[in-house]
Design a protein around this ligand. Structure first.
Ligand code: ZN
Length: 131
């Protein structure tokens, strides 16, 4: 089961499973007990995040940019001729497998009722055929 949640919502040890803080910034006031693992690599880049938060780009542009970033090649890819990392592709695949066999919760600082949060895009990506 793959869920999304605000990191500030009540913790449910039974149904949350592996609690992943999927944000670029951890937040100074964030107690480490609110998540099991912090994965900045699953958050939007600082540039994309700032552009989205400042309203310089539309939600559609933000969403497209985020999806692109999740599969963006890094310098390591130029060092391999055949099998590349393709950004977070294999991390997303791992999360898909973990969620198939247990509970995984993707979290962000945004409020629980915030529809326009990358955590929803991330969940869709993990459940998609792309990974
Ligand atoms: Zn968010």
């Amino acid at each position: 089961m793959l869920r999304t949640k605000s990191v500030w919502s009540p913790i449910n040890r039974k149904t949350d499973g592996l609690r992943i803080l999927a944000t670029r910034f951890r937040g100074r006031a964030m107690p480490t007990g609110r998540y099991d693992v912090w994965m900045p690599s699953l958050g939007p880049s600082e540039r994309l995040l700032m552009a989205g938060q400042a309203g310089r780009i539309s939600w559609a542009k933000f969403a497209a940019g985020y999806r692109a970033e999740m599969f963006m090649d890094g310098p390591i890819d130029s060092r391999s001729r055949s099998i590349k990392n393709h950004g977070q592709k294999f991390t997303l695949r791992l999360l898909k497998s973990l969620a198939r066999n247990g509970h995984v919760t993707l979290m962000c600082h945004c409020a629980e009722d915030q529809d326009r949060c990358h955590r929803h895009l991330l969940r869709q990506l993990i459940l998609s055929r792309r990974v």
